[in-house]
Design a protein around this ligand. Structure first.
Ligand code: 5GP
Length: 202
């Protein structure tokens, strides 16, 4: 068959969520080491960079004005004020559409509201929720999230309480995701995510 007649295998859109402190960053770092073909969508945010974070790599760090300008120009697939502190996060269409069109899979690490919006736009998206230690007991998850947030030492008490409140809400919606992963062992969790992503049914 001539190459022009072959249909290119579409890239998969994979959405990963989980409360702050569920260890998603470490998990994804390991996943990308294992799967170099997988792309990460870089989100835009109005929050300040944490020490070591690089603009364009961890996030596009935008001013409120720039974020608003891009929002009004329709550049976001989804965007939300994630913590009720006025911090905005959003997925730029320019991060996602070219990858999928080029047959490359892409991972979005976004919150629950963002996932719902993406799912409406991309019904074939694969959704994965990461729990820190239990799929069935949210209190156990919350205790572990609090322990991890405090040991990270980067958040104020107010930010910790706000993140815990968001985590509680997110955990109640975790069942709306197609797949649940427990991140109490990074290697095992990465293996599980790879199996989900590489499954022929997905
Ligand atoms: P952090 O400030 O710790 O990097 O991220 C906080 C939360 O914002 C994470 O739980 C993450 O899921 C969410 N988030 C990051 N980027 C996006 C995005 O583009 N859209 C949405 N809706 N949430 C995001």
């Amino acid at each position: 068959m001539p190459t022009t007649m072959m249909t290119q295998r579409a890239g998969k859109l994979i959405v990963i969520s989980g409360p702050s402190g569920a260890g998603k960053t470490t998990l994804l770092k390991r996943l990308f080491e294992d799967c170099p073909d997988l792309r990460a969508s870089v989100s835009a945010t109005t929050r300040a960079p944490r020490p070591g974070e690089v603009d364009g790599q961890d996030y596009y760090f935008l001013s409120r004005e720039e974020f608003e300008r891009r929002r009004e120009a329709g550049e976001f697939l989804e965007c939300f004020e994630v913590f009720s502190s006025g911090t905005w996060y959003g997925t730029l269409e320019s991060e996602v559409a070219p990858s999928l069109a080029g047959g490359k899979s892409i991972i979005l690490e976004i919150d629950v509201k963002g996932t719902m919006a993406i799912h409406q736009r991309y019904p074939d998206a694969v959704t994965i929720f990461v729990h820190p230690c239990s799929v069935t007991d949210p209190e156990q998850d919350l205790a572990e999230i609090e322990r991890r947030l405090r040991s990270r030492g980067t958040e104020s008490e107010e930010a910790i309480q706000s993140r815990l409140a968001v985590a509680r809400r997110e955990l109640t919606l975790s069942a709306t995701y197609q797949h649940q992963v427990i991140n109490d062992d990074v290697e095992r969790a990465v293996r599980q995510i790879r199996e989900i992503i590489c499954s022929p049914e997905v």
